[in-house]
Write a protein that binds this ligand. Structure first.
Ligand code: NI
Length: 202
């Protein structure tokens, strides 16, 4: 467990550094964060929300997306990240409904609509939980450069396996473009401060 956590943390940091370096380099070249960010992380997805409704990235235009990829059986890292996101949302301001907290499963094999619904509702009433077919989820993961790998003791294990996954919280703009990302170990205060600084979408 500890070793997995360390590995995931190291991976997240490496990914974060790589992203940061890329963005800074591109920014210096073009002077435009939005344009380079759009090409780097994010993009179209088509999934199913926790009420069973088909949901795409377009449904969130006009709202900031605070996006986290994980899985409902995750023992520690995902719950910690989702708790930080929820606490930050509560701390920011109840009127900031222009910020949409989104959980996307990396484990569609187990995380069906019902499971995702009960999971996200345990964190925050405004959470949108997304799942889909294996292919739909893979497409969304690819768009966000998310890594995930099921660790199965036996190939036919469909219930008790763990999933190693990258663990970043992405902040996307009302136009869908990448703004920044946070480690899952970011503090509630740090995330709150960043969200408070976002211009409110009227
Ligand atoms: Ni997790």
């Amino acid at each position: 467990m500890i070793r997995t956590l360390v590995a995931i943390t190291a991976l997240s940091m490496a990914l974060g550094l790589a992203l940061g370096t890329y963005v800074v380099t591109s920014e210096r070249r073009s002077g435009e964060i939005g344009t380079t960010g759009r090409a780097l992380v994010g993009g179209p997805f088509a999934l199913v929300d926790h009420t069973g409704r088909t949901t795409t990235d377009e449904d969130f235009r006009g709202r900031y997306m605070l996006v986290y990829f994980g899985f409902t059986h995750c023992p520690d890292v995902c719950p910690a990240a989702l708790q930080v996101m929820s606490a930050a949302l509560d701390a920011v301001d109840a009127s900031r409904t222009d910020i949409a907290p989104i959980f996307i499963t990396v484990d569609p094999e187990r995380d069906d609509v019902d499971l995702v619904r009960s999971y996200v509702s345990s964190f925050h009433p405004r959470f949108v939980g997304l799942t889909g077919t294996v292919e739909q989820v893979a497409d969304a993961m690819r768009a966000y450069r998310v890594y995930a790998k099921a660790i199965k003791e036996a190939p036919d294990d469909t219930t008790s396996y763990n999933v190693d996954h990258s663990s970043l919280i992405y902040l996307m703009g009302p136009d869908g473009a990448y703004i920044t990302h946070f480690s899952h170990a970011t503090s509630i205060d740090q995330l709150t401060a960043r969200l408070r600084g976002l211009p409110q979408v009227s």
